[in-house]
Design a protein around this ligand. Structure first.
Ligand code: AMP
Length: 249
């Protein structure tokens, strides 16, 4: 079974994003970029399934600027076998990404596509679900456990207040939650080896997909700064203040 893992190059999770002065978006100039953390979890899960003998090949795919190659090389250094970069300077919305991935799935015929549950730059949480709909495949979203059993896959999902386990027929879509696994670091020898693993470069036009935007970002703003707190003398004063605010009865 082949596993396809879409990986997105995003602003590093340690970086505090700066909003552009004109409010049109986040300033990416000279900002550290990395693989979306949920996608690292997806790559790790695919590698573990291969190590268990449930998968034979892992193909990483990224849609983005030429530098997204670095993200793909990271996936290769972690243990993916080959990579596909669908290169574009345009900002591709989740629907466009899902349409491109559906075409790649048509060519590659994977048994599983494991995506992150969301990209930490746009927080859309849409691509996996849209891809499942476009392909007509079952989906196990927000996975905290994945077991390939027979000709299906059991996915334990994190839901409000508990866990739910669903069984999906293969081929299927899985999206990863934080607690699924702890991704490995690529070792130096594997980083060197990754340089010679195959990486194919394509364009959205090669797949005949229209990636023109359907949405317009009207405004991006910083979160409001927190106002300073006050110290209260004792619990009685605290309760009185909470009552006055309508927070306590
Ligand atoms: P989103 O729906 O934007 O929150 O993204 C959810 C997941 O879709 C990500 O964690 C990735 O696995 C995948 N994805 C989104 N955008 C891209 C992209 N440009 N290239 C590759 N994978 C992507």
């Amino acid at each position: 079974m082949k596993i396809l893992v879409p990986v997105k190059r995003v602003i590093d999770y340690n970086v505090k994003p700066r909003v552009k002065a004109d409010g049109t978006g986040v300033d990416l100039a000279n900002v550290k970029m990395s693989m979306n953390p949920f996608d690292e979890i997806a790559v790790e899960e695919a590698i573990r399934l291969k190590e268990k003998g449930a998968a034979t090949e892992i193909v990483a795919v990224s849609i983005g600027v030429p530098k997204a190659q670095e993200t793909l090389r990271t996936a290769l250094a972690m243990g993916a076998d080959r990579a596909i970069l669908i290169q574009t300077d345009a900002e591709v919305e989740p629907l466009g990404v899902a349409k491109l991935l559906a075409r790649v799935a048509g060519e590659e015929q994977p048994g599983l596509i494991i995506l992150g549950k969301q990209a930490i730059d746009d927080d859309s949480n849409q691509t996996g679900q849209m891809l499942a709909a476009l392909l007509g495949w079952g989906q196990g979203t927000f996975a905290s456990k994945v077991d390939v059993v027979g000709d299906g896959v059991n996915v334990t999902r994190e839901v409000d207040g508990g866990l739910e386990t669903v069984r999906l027929n293969i081929p299927a879509i899985i999206t990863t939650d934080l607690r699924l696994n702890e991704p490995r670091y690529a070792s130096l020898p594997n980083i060197m080896k990754a340089k010679s693993k195959p990486l194919a470069t394509k364009a959205p036009d090669d797949y005949g997909v229209d990636i023109s935007p359907r949405l317009e970002t009207l405004k991006v703003s910083e979160p409001p700064t927190r106002s300073a707190g006050i110290k209260v003398a004792d619990v009685d004063e605290l309760v009185a203040k909470l009552k006055a605010m309508g927070v306590a009865a």
